[in-house]
Ligand binder design. Structure first.
Ligand code: ZN
Length: 465
């Protein structure tokens, strides 16, 4: 009997291994859905701490809280990695109106863009010139722009099913609009919010002035999509209307903050590191539940799920909660610099930073040989309706780790609702669905498990043939 068993094992070896994988994935999903902790952690992060703008008290509370939670998971090591971060503060709530005739005004919702300078204390009131994009500025020239507020009003394209593509195609207005408009003498910039729907929530987000000297910088704010529609319509009726806005945001000195890191040491190849992470900072308007509280708690959950399903990783599995993705990427850059200095060998990194929605799959940034291998795992995910395995971008925080050898990946949740909440006051806990969040964590844990077990082309390949 014993020999027969051994013979069978030799004959059907790969199938046995497939069965193991199927069972391990099932255990990860079942555990996440029945004993998951991600949602409870997110509840605390969102409702007890709140928005975690880099440099804020809440960001530091989030560092403490997540470190404490990682400490409680029985990992081999948990530590804080110091990072100096920029500190931008919004100040008192912004205020804006359209003045269609002297004394006749309509208030519209705006918010300062992250990194913007303030308006003068009394605000700015000026004529408005509406454009569809940065390239229009040159055609209009200084004579049409000088002394005015430039209103960037190119909407996100609703026809892309992958809504991030529409975001990428529109966001230059937000990130570079003020820098470019100031070159033509504009006094301020108003940008249509990066959203696919019409509502009253302005969306903040990072902008930068590039090389523009401090005293030539002009204030920039986002206007809600309904506000943008109203402004555009009013301008068509009368191009001479005025727009008023006031904001008193400020850039302060850099402050000390941290990436929060925990790891399980690899049993066979401890020097090969797998990273799973999200960013701990968020914008300040909401509580950052989708962006990116969800990615943080899912990443923490990956290590916990591997632990409590009894899996012993061969490689070192590290969770990294990066600080300052939104307005500086200092956490991601610092982590990669230190990894390089220490000559750490990172073989795989996975980021979740697209919201806590139903997972659809992953986007991989890697060599073709690795991608071909990854595609062989795809059938294992079919029972969980995970079907999207494609080449593409991974995540901002893990981007600095990129080299010829590492496989980078991003979790791809359904993106249809992401830009309803992204960077707004309604990016809040009640808009995250518990099961969707847990499915995402299990999906990430499953991929980490497979990479750990089978390696990549850069790893010791004994298990990978
Ligand atoms: Zn994010």
């Amino acid at each position: 009997m014993k020999n027969l068993g051994l013979l069978l094992l030799l004959m059907v070896g790969p199938i046995w291994s497939q069965t193991d994988d199927k069972e391990q994935l099932k255990a990860l999903y079942n555990t996440s859905l029945t004993q998951g902790k991600a949602y409870d952690w997110l509840n605390y992060l969102s409702n007890q701490i709140g928005g975690r703008l880099t440099g804020s008290v809440q960001a530091e509370q989030a560092v403490e809280y997540t470190k404490q939670k990682l400490d409680s998971l029985g990992l081999d090591r948990v530590w804080l990695q110091p990072v100096m971060v920029p500190k931008w503060v919004r100040g008192v709530p912004e205020f804006a109106f359209i003045e269609s005739k002297p004394g006749i005004t309509n208030n519209v919702p705006i918010c300062a863009l992250g990194g913007s300078v303030a308006t003068p204390a009394g605000g700015i009131k000026a004529n408005v010139i509406e454009v569809r994009g940065i390239e229009e500025l040159e055609k209009l020239g200084r004579s049409k722009i000088e002394g005015k507020i430039v209103f960037f009003n190119r909407p996100m394209d609703p026809t892309n099913i992958k809504t991030h593509e529409s975001y990428s195609a529109a966001v230059d207005q937000r990130s570079s609009g003020a820098k470019e408009a100031s070159k033509y003498g504009a006094v301020g910039v108003i940008v249509r919010s990066m959203s696919l729907r019409l509502d009253d929530y302005p969306h903040t987000g990072a902008m930068n002035y590039g090389e523009i000297p401090l005293n030539n910088r002009i204030p920039a704010a986002a206007i809600s999509t309904n506000g943008a529609e109203l402004l555009s319509t009013t301008l068509k009726l009368n191009p001479e209307i005025k727009f008023y806005f006031k904001q008193n945001c400020r850039q302060l000195q850099d402050v000390q903050s941290y990436n929060v890191i925990g790891e399980i040491k690899g049993s066979t190849y401890p020097e090969e590191i797998i990273v799973v992470g999200g960013h701990l900072d968020s914008w300040d308007l909401g509580d950052g539940s989708h962006d990116d509280g969800a990615g943080c708690v899912q990443s923490m959950e990956v290590l916990r799920l591997l632990r409590i399903t009894g899996y012993i990783p061969k490689r070192t599995i590290r969770v990294v909660l990066f600080m300052n993705e939104e307005n500086g990427l200092r956490g991601g850059n610092t982590y990669a610099e230190i990894a390089l200095n220490k000559k750490e060998k990172h073989v795989f990194a996975l980021e979740s930073d697209s919201g806590g929605f139903t997972p659809r799959g992953f986007s991989f940034d890697c060599q073709e040989t690795d991608f071909a291998k990854i595609l062989r795992w795809k059938p294992l995910f079919e029972p969980y309706l995970i079907h999207l395995f494609e080449k593409g971008e991974s995540g901002a925080d893990i981007g600095p780790l990129k080299n010829d050898q590492i496989v980078l990946a991003g979790l791809s949740p359904d993106s249809q609702r992401y830009f309803d909440y992204h960077h707004t006051e309604i990016d809040t806990f009640e808009h995250v669905n518990r099961r969707e969040l847990e499915l995402g964590a299990a999906t990430m844990a499953s991929l980490v498990y497979l990479f750990d077990k089978y390696g990549t082309s850069a790893t010791n390949l004994e298990g990978g043939k």
